[in-house]
Design a protein around this ligand. Sequence first.
Ligand SMILES: N[C@@H](CCC(=O)N[C@@H](CS)C(=O)NCC(=O)O)C(=O)O
Length: 209
Amino acid sequence: MAEFRLHGFGESGNAYKVALMLALSKADWETVPVAFFKGATREESWRRSVNEMGEIPVLEHRGERITQSGVILQYLSEVLGTFGGRGEKESREIWRWILFDNHKFTSYFATLRFLYGLQKTGETPVTEFLRGRARNAFAIVDRHLESRDFVVGNRPTIADLSLAGYAFYDEATGIDRADYPAIERWKARIAALPGWRAPYDLMPRAMEG
Ligand SMILES: N[C@@H](CCC(=O)N[C@@H](CS)C(=O)NCC(=O)O)C(=O)O
């Protein structure tokens, strides 16, 4: 059994944040596949035994189960000594961006992609609303990255890995990535890090067909 076990699946950008951290850190890890689209995380037994919040990702390490991608990234930066903040001020800045990512940058975009790109709902007032909110969050991150290579400090940190979680998926969302050139340049820098792999190369897909 690998040292780190990640409950996740290929379509999950939140799980990809953690998978990318493990891959870039050259950790000994494996995926515990989750039948997400068959409702596994909604089952009472799964919530009781794996994660009461009913969410992926979940990391198993040394007999503990850790959830919330931001907390998992922080934990891994501590135990692996990679991609963490240098000093309290930088660590606070990292958390400021992880919280922005969880609330705005990931959440609106991931929900839009889930509806429009994976469930193929077509355009609805909900997808229009989500796209507007996602665009707003993209513009904020794009402007931040215009003048720097990485989100905090001059090197990649867990703030970058959190924000990058959904950046490498290609499913349709109705958002033109070319509108955010600084994000595209930042993505290229992340993709050039030794050990980088695309989402579906790190975890198996859960959706059939
Ligand atoms: N803030 C959480 C979000 C996790 C999340 O929403 N995961 C999705 C899969 S990508 C999920 O499990 N959703 C199930 C649900 O919302 O019921 C994190 O960063 O870990």
